[in-house]
Design a protein around this ligand. Structure first.
Ligand SMILES: Cc1cc2nc3c(=O)[nH]c(=O)nc-3n(C[C@H](O)[C@H](O)[C@H](O)COP(=O)(O)OP(=O)(O)OC[C@H]3O[C@@H](n4cnc5c(N)ncnc54)[C@H](O)[C@@H]3O)c2cc1C
Length: 201
């Protein structure tokens, strides 16, 4: 596998880490199995002696409209997806405009803002272990049981980009720090919000 030297003190959102070699996944092979896959490191901190690291090649950075679905490569950044949806009047991805990451990381984490989550409109994913339909994946709040590199995801296509939702997500972000941060340490309890519970104490 090809390697890329990455300085994690620049690459990761928290701006901490060393310069390390990362293997680049072009095609799935047995070689990748002992590697830990990274996206754009918005939710991971890379230590000084990590397991061998793996990152998808740029070939997985694409967005295609096919019949009634949207096929997105797992290396595609969230901002690019949000811009594409705005330009093509596509609904349901507005929340990605304020959620950093690549599609692979976003799917693996079932990332989202409140009830707007990646899995809401997901049909299936293509992984190094084959194609998995949404019903075959165990997922929940910021959780999935996916155990193999995600290469592509297929979403339901619905038209009608919502500018009001975009403004709502922007407002939700307005009180958050713009400097490197480890983000929130709190997980929303079922049926409630961590923020509300903390404020209520
Ligand atoms: C300022 C800030 C605000 C944030 N706000 C939110 C928020 O509101 N809601 C929210 O849900 N998250 C939030 N996050 C977290 C982050 O946006 C998500 O976790 C996102 O999914 C991370 O994507 P990434 O590509 O950076 O993944 P990484 O951080 O690189 O990896 C995250 C996990 O995904 C796995 N992974 C990455 N790529 C793949 C792949 N191709 N196949 C299989 N597994 C893969 C990694 O192994 C790792 O376990 C925030 C982060 C920051 C820095």
């Amino acid at each position: 596998m090809k390697k890329q030297r990455i300085n994690f003190s620049k690459f990761s959102s928290i701006k901490i880490g060393e310069e390390l070699d990362v293997s680049i996944l072009e095609d799935c092979t047995a070689e990748h199995k002992d590697h830990y896959i990274i996206g754009s490191c918005n939710n991971i901190l890379i230590g000084a002696q990590p397991p061998p690291l793996l990152k998808l090649s740029k070939n997985y950075d694409y967005i295609k409209i096919e019949n009634d679905s949207l096929k997105i490569g797992a290396a595609t950044p969230s901002g690019k997806i949000a811009s594409f949806c705005k330009k093509n009047n596509i609904a349901d991805f507005e929340f990605l405009s304020h959620l950093p990451g690549t599609l692979g990381g976003l799917v693996f984490m079932n990332a989202g803002l409140k009830e707007y989550e990646v899995f809401n409109n997901l049909i299936s994913i293509n992984t190094c272990g084959g194609n998995l339909k949404k019903e075959e994946i165990s997922y929940g709040y910021r959780f999935t049981d996916i155990k193999t590199p995600i290469l592509e995801a297929d979403f339901k296509l619905r038209f009608g980009f919502d500018e009001e939702k975009l403004a709502m997500f922007k407002a939700m972000r307005s009180n958050q720090p713009s400097t490197p941060s480890a983000g929130s340490c709190f997980k929303n309890p079922e049926g409630d919000y961590a923020g509300r519970v903390i404020e209520a104490v």
